[in-house]
Design a protein around this ligand. Structure first.
Ligand code: SF4
Ligand code: SF4
Length: 71
């Protein structure tokens, strides 16, 4: 049986659909913040921070990350 929430994984791969930032991989380039149409990503301390309240789980931030830090 498919796990609950599996249908969201085509767009974003975390359990909730909100992208997870791997802080070890994030280089703070800001590409994801620029790509997010909902302004759900802010840059701070050289890292990307995703607001689960603002995120609409569209997945548009995922492909542009140059280091694969978003999943
Ligand atoms: S999944 Fe969509 S709404 Fe959420 S942070 Fe990424 S681009 Fe923004
Ligand atoms: S695109 Fe990737 S490396 Fe760049 S700020 Fe976002 S998560 Fe970090």
């Amino acid at each position: 049986m498919a796990a609950p929430g599996a249908r969201f994984r085509a767009a974003a791969t975390s359990e909730t659909g909100v992208p997870i930032v791997d802080m070890a991989k994030c280089i703070g380039c800001g590409q994801c913040a620029n790509a997010c149409p909902h302004r759900a990503i802010e840059m701070g301390d050289g890292k990307a921070w995703v607001s689960s309240a603002l995120c609409r789980r569209c997945g548009m931030c995922l492909p542009g990350c140059p280091t694969g830090a978003l999943s």
